[in-house]
Design a protein around this ligand. Structure first.
Ligand code: AMP
Length: 223
C-alpha cells in the first residue's frame, strides 16, 4: 500500500495508542516505525551505548522529558536511514514540545520532505490515559504493546514472538501520574495547535476500539 505522506507524526498523550497504531502501519503497510521511547529503552540496555547519553536517561525513569539533543541524535539518524530506503516513516512520541516540532521541521526541510508531513492526533482524556498506562503490558523481547484488556493480568506470553510480557518500568502509578503531568493534554495542545496552524493536522478519537482507530488512520493516509 502506498501512503500519501512521507512523514506521519502520531501525537497523543501517553497510552493514547500511538505505538499500537504505528505497529499496524508497519505490519500492514511496511512503513518504518521511529519510536523515541523504544530508541531510548534500547540505548539503556546497549552495552556499547555512550555513557554521557545514558546519563540523560535518568529523566525517562522519573517520567520527565529527556534532553532534546539526545532525542534529535537518535531520531534524525533513524528517519534519514529509512527515508534513504524509500520508506514512509511513522513517528511515535518523537515530538513532545513546540520547540521539538520546530527543530524537526528544519530537519524535514533539509531532507526535502516538509511538503509531505501529516500529524495525526489520537485524542484521549488524561483520566483514560492513566487507566490505560497502569494496566497495559509490553513484550520484553519484541516490544509489542498489549493494550489494556480485562484479562491482561492472566497474559504472560507474547502472541507474536513468545517473549515474556512485562509491565514497563515507567507504567507504575506514581511515574504514570508524573508522565501525565509532564506529557498530558495541557502539554500536548500547543503542539497540536502548531500543526493545525500549518494545516497539517487531523484528529482521531483515540478512545474508540483499536481497530476502529486503525481503520480511520488508514483512511486518512489513502484519501
Ligand atoms: P514512550 O515510550 O513514547 O512513552 O516514551 C517513554 C519516555 O521516553 C517518555 O516518558 C520520556 O521520558 C522519553 N521520551 C520519549 N520521546 C521523547 C521526546 N520526543 N522528547 C523527550 N522525551 C522523550
Amino acid at each position: 500500500m502506498s501512503v500519501n505522506k512521507k512523514i506521519i507524526i502520531l501525537l497523543g498523550v501517553p497510552g493514547s495508542g500511538k505505538g499500537t497504531q504505528a505497529r499496524f502501519l508497519v505490519d500492514d503497510w511496511g512503513m518504518a516505525h521511529v519510536s523515541t521511547g523504544d530508541l531510548l529503552r534500547a540505548l539503556e540496555v546497549d552495552p556499547n551505548g555512550d555513557d554521557n547519553d545514558k546519563q540523560k536517561l535518568a529523566d525517562m525513569k522519573a517520567g520527565k522529558l529527556v534532553a532534546d539533543d539526545l532525542i534529535y541524535k537518535l531520531a534524525f539518524a533513524e528517519i534519514e536511514r529509512n527515508l534513504a530506503l524509500g520508506k514512509s516513516v511513522v513517528l511515535d512520541g518523537a515530538i513532545r514540545s513546540v520547540e521539538q516540532a520546530q527543530k524537526y521541521n528544519e530537519f524535514f526541510i533539509a531532507q526535502g520532505v516538509n511538503d509531505s508531513v501529516l500529524a495525526i492526533e489520537l485524542t484521549l482524556s488524561d483520566d483514560l490515559s492513566f487507566k490505560r498506562l497502569i494496566k497495559r503490558k509490553v513484550c520484553a523481547d519484541c516490544a509489542d504493546i498489549i493494550p489494556y484488556a480485562v484479562d491482561n493480568e492472566t497474559k504472560t506470553k507474547c502472541e507474536k514472538c513468545g517473549g515474556k510480557l512485562i509491565t514497563r518500568g515507567d507504567d507504575n502509578p506514581t511515574t504514570a501520574q508524573k508522565r501525565i503531568e509532564e506529557q498530558g493534554n495541557a502539554k500536548l495542545q500547543p503542539i497540536v495547535a502548531y500543526y493545525r496552524a500549518g494545516g497539517h493536522l487531523v484528529s482521531v478519537d483515540g478512545s474508540q476500539p483499536i481497530l476502529d482507530v486503525d481503520t480511520q488512520v488508514k483512511k486518512i493516509l489513502t484519501d
